[in-house]
Ligand binder design. Structure first.
Ligand code: GLC
Length: 443
């Protein structure tokens, strides 16, 4: 596909995601009374670990990885099913590749993982009684989901399953829209997969549905599906992509806070599945900034890797996540245990908060003095988070200056100043604009 097609397609995806979010949002607007969904009653308790986790690893891995041209390659290149299917025999990953994913996730400070059990291509990474188009009966010769679950648990990480409702392989995957018998078969097939996934692998923490084309929630029988999910896994949390709001909403490739629990999922380059030639990597600094932006509004960040066909992680992803992990080692507390934060205005820093402590995360280090305008609290003290060194504070009604700092950024890729305030940190830039004394015309 041309770059323009690709961009158009990405834009369409973003628009669809926005629409999805808006519809989920609508059902929760004050005044509207949404039909109670299964799982509503104990949501807060089920979601506690997830809110505290803040940072997760997404893994896109399947037959598309063997082609190395993005997970949409089958549709985007119009590959006939019979031709695409041949990849199932060629997919021969090394044993227990998932252990390296889990180790890297842990090192990066990620607390949970979400792996594609079946993407739009229709190939099941899990053993299934409902189709032989699955890892156990094809090239891999074993259940890749089982290996993944064991690897994640081995590192003490929570386990999530991504599962695509849309299916480009199943014969009823498109005609289900117009043919009732096909719909019945297809919905039974999909519900059957969900049942297998939530029955055969012990406790599962997250179910992450994707793309509900071509049916709506009623046609998918999504309420019944979620009912089954909560029955099989009473503590699970479920996303919003089967046409129902679920437990959390899922802005894609963007960070957009919501009044509901939310998780931004994002790629490290531009592709979810392995795309050999995509070298458009984000820097560790961008990733840390994104993580801070999510934490600012108590959202989660689900960051993707697209392993190669043998299961190994692209070197760039390893490099980026390792750098992020180093930062998380001494800055993690500002992310995991953060409260919703009000101050947000700076051209070189992002913010997070814990109680009365404001964390100023400086990504463009200005030099020996770092200033913040409009903070309405009295600053009691400040320190560099990494190393704990006290920082001198100079404050008047309009700005607070942190002085005597090194010329060069003391931490990499972002330096955090912990600012102890006399109350919940509050910034009012309007106050600066209105009240800062003006002088006469001319100087
Ligand atoms: C989209 C894409 C898909 C990717 C997913 C991740 O729905 O179709 O390829 O898996 O988003 O959020």
């Amino acid at each position: 596909m041309t770059r323009r097609d690709y961009l158009n397609w990405m834009a369409a995806g973003a628009a669809a995601a926005a629409a999805r979010d808006a519809s989920a949002e609508q059902q929760l607007r004050p005044g509207a009374s949404p039909t109670p969904q299964p799982g509503d009653a104990d949501r807060e308790a089920r979601m506690k670990w997830w809110h505290e986790a803040r940072f997760g690893m997404f893994i896109h891995w399947g037959l598309y990885s063997t082609l190395g041209r993005h997970e949409w390659v089958m549709e985007q290149e119009g590959i006939p099913v019979a031709e695409y299917e041949l990849q199932a025999k060629l997919f021969k990953p090394k044993p227990n590749a998932a252990r390296d994913w889990a180790r890297l996730a842990k090192l990066a400070g990620q607390k949970y993982m979400v792996m594609t059990t079946k993407h739009h291509e229709g190939f099941c990474n899990f053993d299934s009684k409902l189709t032989n188009y699955n890892a156990a009966q094809q090239g891999p010769g074993r259940d890749l989901v089982k290996e993944y679950v064991e690897a994640a648990r081995g590192e003490g990480l929570r386990v999530g399953f991504y599962y695509s409702l849309m299916d480009w392989h199943h014969p009823d995957g498109a005609r289900c829209l117009t043919d009732e018998a096909a719909r019945r078969r297809f919905v039974d097939y999909i519900h059957g997969h969900v049942r297998e996934l939530l029955t055969n692998y012990g406790k599962i923490d997250v179910l992450w549905y994707d793309v509900n084309w071509p049916l709506n929630a009623q046609q998918w029988e999504s309420e019944k599906m979620n009912d089954m999910v909560y029955k099989l896994q009473p503590e699970i949390i479920v996303n919003d992509r089967n046409g129902l709001p679920g437990d959390f909403t899922t802005p894609e490739q963007t960070i957009r806070a919501s009044t509901r629990a939310w998780e931004s999922c994002m790629t490290m380059n531009g592709s979810w599945g392995y795309q050999k030639a995509d070298d458009n990597w984000k820097t560790p600094r961008t990733i840390v900034r994104n993580l801070v932006t999510c934490a600012h509004d108590t959202g989660n960040y689900l960051l993707n890797i697209g392993p190669k066909p043998d299961g190994s992680i692209p070197e760039e992803s390893v490099r980026i996540l390792t750098a992020v992990g180093k930062w998380m080692e001494h800055n993690g507390s500002t992310i995991y245990q953060s409260d919703k934060c009000q101050p947000r205005s700076s051209e070189f820093a992002g913010f997070s908060r814990q109680g009365n402590t404001l964390f100023m995360h400086v990504h463009f280090w200005p030099g020996s003095t770092v200033s913040l305008g409009g903070l309405r609290n009295k600053v009691k003290s400040a320190r560099l988070l990494n190393g704990g060194k006290d920082v001198k504070v100079d404050q008047d009604d309009f700005r607070v200056r942190f002085t005597g700092l090194p010329e060069k950024a003391p931490d990499d890729p972002v330096t955090t100043i912990a600012i102890e305030c006399d109350g919940e940190p509050n910034q009012d830039t309007g106050y600066v604009r209105r009240e800062r004394p003006r002088r006469g015309v001319g100087v």
